[in-house]
Design a protein around this ligand. Sequence first.
Ligand code: TXA
Ligand code: MG
Length: 322
Amino acid sequence: MIEIVLPTTETIARAAALIRDGALVAFPTETVYGLGGDATSDRAVARIFDAKGRPQFNPLIAHVLDPAGARAHVVWNDTAERLAQRFWPGPLTLVLPRRPDGTVSLLCSAGLDTLAVRAPSHPVAQALLRAADRPIAAPSANRSGTISPTQARHVARSLDQGVALVLDGGPCVVGVESTVVDLTMPQPTLLRPGGATREAIEAVIGPLALGPAIGAPGALHAPGQLESHYAPSLPVRLGATSVEPGDGLLAFGSDVPGGAVMTLNLSPAGDLAEAAANLFAMLRALDRPGIGRIAVMPIPEHGLGLAINDRLRRAAAPRSDG
Ligand code: TXA
Ligand code: MG
C-alpha cells in the first residue's frame, strides 16, 4: 500500500528529503497529481519511467518555482518571458532549448535537445519545490495510458510500486493537464491543449501553430502524442445526444436525455471550468461494471473545451494495446 499523508510542514520536509534521496513522491498540482522525482538525477528520472510504465521516448516536464528556476536549465527568450509573466505560476508548460550548462537529466528530455518547464501554482507543489531545492521532474501520477489522477486516492489506485509517499492536497482545481507550447520553432506551437486556454495565450503572443496531435486525430507522432491515452477500460462514444441501452452518460448542460444506466453531469450550468475539474473523476466513476459504454454529450470547442475534447478524443481512440 502506498502511504498517503496530509501536507504539513513536516510531511513536506519528509517528501523533499525523499526526493533529494532519489525516491519518488506524488504531489498535488493545480492541474493533476504529479509523480515527482529529482530532475537532476538520472536514477530518479529512470525510476519515474519505470513506475509509470512510460515509453522512454516520451519526455517529462521539469517543474520549477519561477522563471529564474527555468532560466537555469533552458535558453529563455522574449516570448517565454511574456508567457511566464502572464501565466506563471499556473497551467502552462513551455518547451525550450536545453542549456548546455543546465543540470536537468538528459533522460527528462528523452534524447531531445529541448526541455519542458512549468512553474505550478499549487501551494503544496511550491512548498515541495522550495524544500527540495531543485527542479522536480513530474508526469501525471498514473500508469501510462490511463486517466490522470485528480485526487490522491486515484494515485494509489493507479500506481502500485515505486512511490514512496503521496501528499494529499485534495481535488485538483483545474482538472486537466497543463497546456504545452513549443517555443523552439519559428512560430510558437500548441502541442497539447490544457488548463491555459489557446485564446488567452494568443492574446499575449499572437497566433499559435497547431501541433500534429491537435485537430487531426489519426495523424500524430510527436513525442507524447500517442493517440490512445486517458483511456477508461470501457468504450467511449462522443457527441451523444441520445442514450442507447447500456450507456452510462457523461452529461454537459441542462438538456440531458434520460434512460442511462447512470448519469454524471460535468456541469449542469454548462461551465467549462467546472467541467474540466470534474472530467477525470467522472470518467473514472462511469468506468464500472453494469455499464456497457460511456456516452459523452457534446462539449463546445472553445476555451477549456479544447483540452476537454482532446482528452475525450483520446479516451475514445482505438486502443493500441487492447
Ligand atoms: O499539468 C501537467 O502538465 C502535469 C502536472 C503534473 O504538471 N504533468 C503532465 O506530465 O501532464 P505528462 O508527462 O503526463 O505530460 C507531459 C507532456 C507530454 O505530452 C510530453 O510529450 C510533453 O509534455 N513534453 C515534455 N517534454 C517535451 C519536449 N521536450 N518536447 C515536446 N513535448 C514535451
Ligand atoms: Mg500524463
